[in-house]
Design a protein around this ligand. Structure first.
Ligand SMILES: N[C@@H](CCC(=O)N[C@@H](CS)C(=O)NCC(=O)O)C(=O)O
Length: 288
């Protein structure tokens, strides 16, 4: 007959296991808290009025996979605001990328960030534009940020299963394999909830084509959407178009800006050359 342990011994054993789990949990919590405190100290010591831009790591051909990160970085450069980049904590107070820390304060959401920067540094990139043009550009900005964005990510992460996109990133091999699992079904569900995802792949592509046609018509012969000089809306529009231009290599989405509407491709290159003269050096790995 089997020798069963005394009930007291069983209870003591369970107690030890539970206590062990409790200790491990507390140690990990303390570790996380300490790491957070160290990061906080580092972020806050960057210097007065220096912006710390938290964003994803750089890509192979494009300075970021997030259009909103490019938008904020473009704004910082146009506004001549001193900044540094942190790629270790890309998700901020709103659990989105990018976000900034300025003088110890964290701000999330690219629009809120730009609003904060414009007020704090007293910058207005749109003073050369009349009120109506500013309003029209705001409508174009919303189209880029809230519509073109969804089309591109629905294609990138779901319809294309991350295949084309991953060619443009320098992720470690394990992440290359994990990315489709992490992203495809999530983005499918989220695009369906948003609305773009209820359409067929061809319909989604046609929507991208129509948007590019619209943007190309609005740009016309001007060098920038803001006319002779870039405006706040240019930061957002460039961020979104840069995804087609550099983060969709060899695809029909890339062809939209490089072949079908080359004025948009030329615009992307113009923004890159004037605002990011160090673009190639920023890439991961840097391009000589
Ligand atoms: N409205 C936000 C959008 C930011 C956003 O959606 N960022 C994406 C990366 S491109 C993100 O962080 N996604 C993570 C998620 O939604 O869970 C902004 O303007 O900053």
């Amino acid at each position: 007959m089997m020798n069963l342990p005394w009930p007291g011994a069983v209870v003591a054993g369970i107690g030890t296991i539970v206590a062990g789990i409790g200790v491990l949990y507390t140690v990990s919590k303390i570790g996380k808290l300490r790491k957070k405190q160290q990061l906080r100290k580092k972020w806050d010591s960057i210097g007065k009025d220096v912006v710390l831009l938290h964003q994803f790591q750089r890509g192979k051909y494009c300075v970021n996979l997030s259009p909103f990160a490019i938008k904020v970085e473009t704004y910082l450069r146009l506004a001549k605001i001193k900044y540094e980049v942190d790629s270790n904590s890309p998700f901020g107070p709103k659990k989105k990328c990018p976000w900034i820390t300025l003088n110890g304060e964290d701000v999330g959401d690219s629009e809120m960030v730009i609003q904060k920067l414009s007020q704090h540094f007293d910058v207005n990139l749109d003073s050369h534009l009349d009120e109506v043009t500013q309003a029209q550009l705001e409508a174009v900005r919303v189209m880029a940020d809230e519509f073109v964005f969804w089309i591109v990510i629905a294609w990138r992460y779901w319809l294309d299963g991350c295949v084309t996109f991953l060619k443009s990133q320098s992720f470690p091999p394990f992440l290359n394999r994990a990315f489709p699992y992490m992203m495809t079904s999530t983005i499918k569900k989220r695009s369906i909830n948003q609305g773009v995802g209820v359409h067929s792949p061809e319909e989604i592509y046609q929507m991208a084509k129509k948007s590019c046609g619209t943007l190309s018509t609005i740009l016309g012969d001007s060098p920038y959407f803001g006319g002779d000089q870039p405006s706040t809306a240019d930061c957002a529009i460039f961020g979104q178009l840069a995804q087609l231009m550099w983060n969709a290599p060899g695809s029909q989405y890339e062809a939209l800006v490089r072949e079908l509407y080359p004025s948009l491709g030329n615009y992307c290159n113009r923004m890159k050359d004037t605002i990011f003269p160090d673009w190639n050096k920023l890439l991961n790995p840097p391009l000589e």
